[in-house]
Design a protein around this ligand. Sequence first.
Ligand SMILES: *Cc1c(COP(=O)(O)O)cnc(C)c1O
Length: 229
Amino acid sequence: METQISSNINAIKQKIAAAAQRAGRDPLSIKLMAVTKTVEPERIGTAIEAGLTMLGENYVQEAKDKITIIGDRAQWHMIGHLQTNKAKYAVKLFDYVHSVDRLELAQELDKRAGQINRKLNVLIEVNSGEESKSGIEKTQALELVRQVAHLPNLTLRGLMTMAPYSDNPENSRPYFKALRDLRDDIDRASITGISMEELSMGMTDDFEVAIEEGATIIRVGRAIFGKRQ
Ligand SMILES: *Cc1c(COP(=O)(O)O)cnc(C)c1O
């Protein structure tokens, strides 16, 4: 049965394909993450049935409750700010943490992942613009990348950012381009033990611009599930 959620997903997939084509990219190189904060498990289940298996959550406790219900039918990504004292829960719950923005957090995640004998995929979150407090400053990102590369239980997969809120998606473009340029700088530094294949950028209002600028993971909530309460 065609639900609102599955028709939303189809519409997004068509926009992904069109944006990829404009940029001369393979649409299969772009992964659509369903951002599920505040969304009830039943509606998340509908998105999974429609083929989305990468889910993004912002809060550890909320994710824990949902993972208990939904489990490994999906891959779980932490995209919200993570307090260091929550790292021990995060390593048990998530496949990826996109919001690593300081060495202290990376070290704690590494230690806790090691204690339960697993490797955690991480992305470094880079700050885009003064009004947002999340993310490391761009000028300090390469240093953090070098440090994370040494942590044995973390696998560094790429970079994440969130453009400042704007009603014009074109305003996000310079931030997305800057993230891609930073990724290219990191590639040129030839640091061993990392694979910077992921650029996690673009949300409901600006994912098409993000794709044009090289996003490999777009994080979409409202365009799939409708307005949050
Ligand atoms: C909420 C959120 C999203 C999704 O935002 P929408 O505008 O609903 O698509 C993406 N990334 C992060 C980090 C978020 O907190």
